[in-house]
Structure formats: structure tokens, C-alpha cells
Design a protein around this ligand. Structure first.
Ligand code: P5A
Length: 451
């Protein structure tokens, strides 16, 4: 993309309404625009990151054997009356009446709708196990929408629902989700720690939240510092293996890590004092096992191996996709701006032309731009007639991991400069070598969907 043809309304000043760094940087980098409290338009740069996260989530869900689909945002109140949640959900639910005077709602989550779909089409245990998921906008009329996309009213969530014959099978689904979530967050450059939590309005006994440690996080958390040494890495897990998934679940949940809702001071005190940590975290996902809560209430039964109708065991599993954009920025920025992890960056690299209009510099930039694109890479070429300082400041603000700087002086010696946004280090090299270097960096990250 050439910057002169793009739409990236960068702000020079710090917006007064933003209290935390991710909100400030998302506004300044022209990623989002607020339309009403907690409701945002995703401008092109923000939309690109959102789509990258969505793609990673899809890839990891499909890898785990889960089946993608799409349900609507609008739901009929009738299903929620069946489960008893229409009244129980409270003022967070946005209730709407259609022209026929029917009660509708903008879905805050989809347990009821998916249970209805399941009961309409599945009648035998032979069709189990089954996990369906979608990635769709949700609405929760939060009392205090704040921190930009972190606590929005309209937000983008991946929600998945497992249907199993037995509790054991459903717990395997729970563990499978835990494993797939660990992989998902690591691909986004994040460490998200599973912590025992409270199930709130979704219900059930077993639940873990995934938290990214950050001072601006809304949750108070207590943990054994040894959990921060755990990494999933590139383990090859067989998602059908009960033992393997359970092994990972135990490894990542055996050490003490809890949100304040489930905090147990006595257990915490038993951790060696030098490893006790109290901190704040951003909740980027949550998994639940709630047994037959919805299948009992809504009559979702299958014929079991003994021929008798049996209520299915269920769980639901969510990832806050739009919140993650903010969480990644909270975890990765400096005083100049965002520092995107390579797995989620909106563009793979920037090209800065130090002397736009200079024939040689323009030609070198055009050639770089073309060779990167020919390799399937997605560069952002700053081809504006601006001073170098302004171009560098914009690149630092929007946080692309790599910048290639091209100017007449370097070109005389046959070199351009390749700069890492993270370390700030620059190395001079011939343009072809810079292209090769960028291509090799992204060869280890899957390049998905360059919008
Ligand atoms: C699990 C999927 C559920 O709703 N039902 C379907 C279950 N869980 S949850 O924990 O309530 O939400 C899942 C994730 O969505 C994100 N999230 C939000 N993101 C932005 N703004 C909000 N107001 C908001 N509310 C929830 C969180 O990341 C949460 O973990």
C-alpha cells in the first residue's frame, strides 16, 4: 500500500479522552474512531490487525478440530426465556422490539442459539463429539464502557460450544480449548496465563480466564511467579489425545494463579514468599464447563448407546478478539508508539523514501515495493512529500516491526537501511538483501490474508 492512497488519519496530539496507552495509541495511529460510547469503527489500519487476529483464531480452532459457522447478531427473546436467562441477564442485555412487537435482543453470547441449532439437528450420540464456533459481534450494554476497545459495548468475540455425551468427554473438550488458546495467544506474541476464575452469568463450576499481565488490566490477580516461565512453544499436540491435552492443562494450571473472585489467601500464603505475586491483568479469554445447564433447560438430548435419551454435556469458550488488539498494544509499545509482534502486524514492513521526487530514490523505492509484493509480502510505502522526521515519527507510531529507509546518499553506495522497530538497530545493506531478510523473517510466521 502506498501511504498517499491509503486512509490512515494519524493524530499529532494525544486525545484527551484516552486514559490508557493502548486507547491513546489506537486513536493516534488512526486505527479506530469512536461512534458512540463503547462503539467503534475500525478504520483500515485497525481493521487489518483485527482481521489478522481473526485469522489466527480460525486457524487454531480448525487445527483443534472445531467447526466454524456464523450465527446472527440479533436473537429472539424466546430462546432466552427457555433457558431462564432473559430475565436473569439484567441491564447488560440490549433489548429491542421489532415492528411486530416481538421481543428481540442483540446477542451478548450464543449458548441458547447454538443449543437450539443442536437440538434441531442432532439426535444420536454417534454425531458426538461436536464443537461449533463462530466469530461474531456481540453487544453488552456495559455500565462503564472504557479504555477504547478493551471494554466496549459492541465487541468482536470468538465463541465456541462443545457438545459431548459424557462429563469426561466434555472435560476433554475443555482441555482441548485450553491448549488451543495457549497456542493462539502465543502466535499473537502474548503470554496469557490461565487462571481459575468465577463463571458469572454463563454458569458452571469449571472455568479459567486467560490473563495478560498489564498494570492497566481491569482484573486483580494473584499467582505464583513460576507460571510466567511456562511457554507452549511449537509443541505438536494431538488434539484427540485425552492424555496429551490433560497433560498440558495440568502443567499450565497446577501452579497457583487466580483472579480476585476465587483468590484463596491460605493457598497463596503457601507459595514461597519470593514467588508470590499480586498484579493486574487483562482478560482475553475464558473457558467454561457447565454440564447440562442449557441442555436440560432447553431439551437438548441425544439417544445414548443404551437407546435412552441423554442430555448432552456442554461448555462454552470465548476469546475477546477486539479486546486483544488493545491488549497486544498494552503489552508491546514504547514512548514513540506501538511495536507490533510480527504475527499480527498490519503491514510487514515500512518503506521510507527520504527524498520523494528524487528520481533514483523513487525508482529504488518502487523496485523494493514491487519485489516485496511479488513475494506475497505487504509493505506500507510512505511516498508522501514530507520531512524525514515526520515520516519516521509516523512509522514509529504505527509500529511496523521493520522499516527500510531509502535515500540518495545510501543509494550512491548501493545500500538502504533496515531498522528494527523493537531494538532500534539499523543495518545498511543492498536493497535485494533487505528484501531477502524481510522474507526470511516472515517465512516462519504464516502470512495470512493481506487485506
Ligand atoms: C464464552 C463464549 C462468554 O461469553 N459465552 C460464549 C462465554 N464468556 S465471557 O468471558 O463473558 O466473554 C469472552 C471474552 O470476551 C471478551 N469480552 C469483551 N471484550 C471487549 N469488551 C467487552 N465488553 C467484553 N466482554 C467480554 C473477554 O476477552 C472475555 O474473556
Amino acid at each position: 500500500m502506498r501511504l498517499t492512497r491509503y486512509f490512515m488519519p494519524v493524530l499529532r496530539e494525544n486525545p484527551a479522552e484516552a486514559q490508557i496507552v493502548s486507547h491513546r495509541l489506537m486513536l493516534r495511529a488512526g486505527m479506530i474512531k469512536q461512534n458512540a460510547a463503547g462503539i467503534y469503527s475500525w478504520l483500515p489500519l485497525g481493521f487489518k490487525v483485527l482481521r489478522k487476529l481473526e485469522n489466527i483464531v480460525h486457524e487454531e480452532q480448525i487445527r483443534a478440530g472445531h467447526v466454524p459457522m456464523l450465527m446472527p447478531t440479533m436473537q429472539s427473546a424466546d430462546l432466552w426465556r427457555e433457558s431462564g436467562r432473559y430475565d436473569a441477564y439484567g441491564p447488560e442485555m440490549l433489548r429491542i422490539r421489532d415492528r411486530q412487537d416481538r421481543d428481540m435482543l442483540f446477542g451478548p453470547t450464543n449458548e441458547e442459539m447454538i443449543t437450539d441449532i443442536f437440538r434441531s439437528h442432532v439426535s444420536s450420540y454417534k454425531d458426538l463429539p461436536l464443537t461449533l464456533y463462530h466469530i461474531q459481534w456481540k453487544f453488552r450494554d456495559e455500565m462503564r464502557p472504557r479504555f477504547g476497545v478493551m471494554r466496549g459495548r459492541e465487541f468482536f468475540m470468538k465463541d465456541g460450544y462443545n457438545f459431548d455425551l459424557t462429563k469426561e468427554d466434555a472435560l476433554h473438550a475443555y482441555n482441548r480449548h485450553l491448549v488451543s488458546y495457549l497456542r493462539t495467544y502465543e502466535r499473537m506474541g502474548l503470554q496469557a496465563i490461565p487462571m481459575r476464575a468465577d463463571s458469572g452469568p454463563i454458569g458452571g463450576d469449571d472455568t479459567h480466564e486467560f490473563l495478560v499481565l498489564a498494570d492497566t488490566g481491569e482484573s486483580e490477580v494473584f499467582y505464583d511467579s513460576a507460571v510466567t516461565d511456562l511457554t507452549f512453544g511449537d509443541r505438536d499436540i494431538d488434539y484427540d489425545s485425552v492424555a496429551q491435552c490433560q497433560g498440558v492443562m495440568e502443567e499450565f494450571t497446577n501452579l497457583y494463579a487466580r483472579t480476585d473472585e476465587t483468590h484463596d489467601q491460605a493457598l497463596f500464603d503457601a507459595i514461597p514468599a519470593e514467588r508470590q505475586r499480586k498484579a493486574r491483568g487483562i482478560e482475553v479469554g475464558q473457558i467454561f464447563y457447565f454440564g447440562t445447564k442449557y441442555s436440560d433447560a432447553m431439551g437438548a438430548k441425544v439417544q445414548g448407546p443404551d437407546g435412552k435419551p441423554t442430555a448432552v454435556h456442554m461448555g462454552s469458550h470465548g476469546i475477546g478478539v477486539s479486546r486483544l488488539v488493545g491488549a497486544i498494544i498494552e503489552a508491546s509499545h514504547d514512548d514513540k508508539g506501538i511495536i507490533w509482534p510480527e504475527g499480527v502486524t498490519p503491514f510487514h514492513c515500512g518503506i521510507v523514501n527520504l527524498k520523494q521526487g528524487d528520481m533514483e530514490a523513487d525508482a529504488a523505492c518502487d523496485a523494493l515495493y514491487a519485489s516485496l509484493r511479488a513475494l506475497g509480502l505487504d509493505p506500507l510505502y510512505d511516498d508522501r512529500k514530507e520531512r524525514a522526521g515526520g515520516k519516521f515519527a509516523t512509522m514509529d507510531l504505527i509500529g511496523l516491526p521493520w522499516r527500510i529507509t531509502v535515500g540518495p546518499r545510501g543509494l550512491k553506495n548501493g545500500v538502504v537501511e533496515l531498522t528494527s522497530r523493537k531494538s532500534g538497530e539499523s543495518v545498511e545493506m543492498p536493497p535485494e538483501q533487505a528484501v531477502e531478510k524481510i522474507a526470511s523473517i516472515y517465512a516462519t510466521h504464516h502470512v495470512t490474508g493481506n487485506l
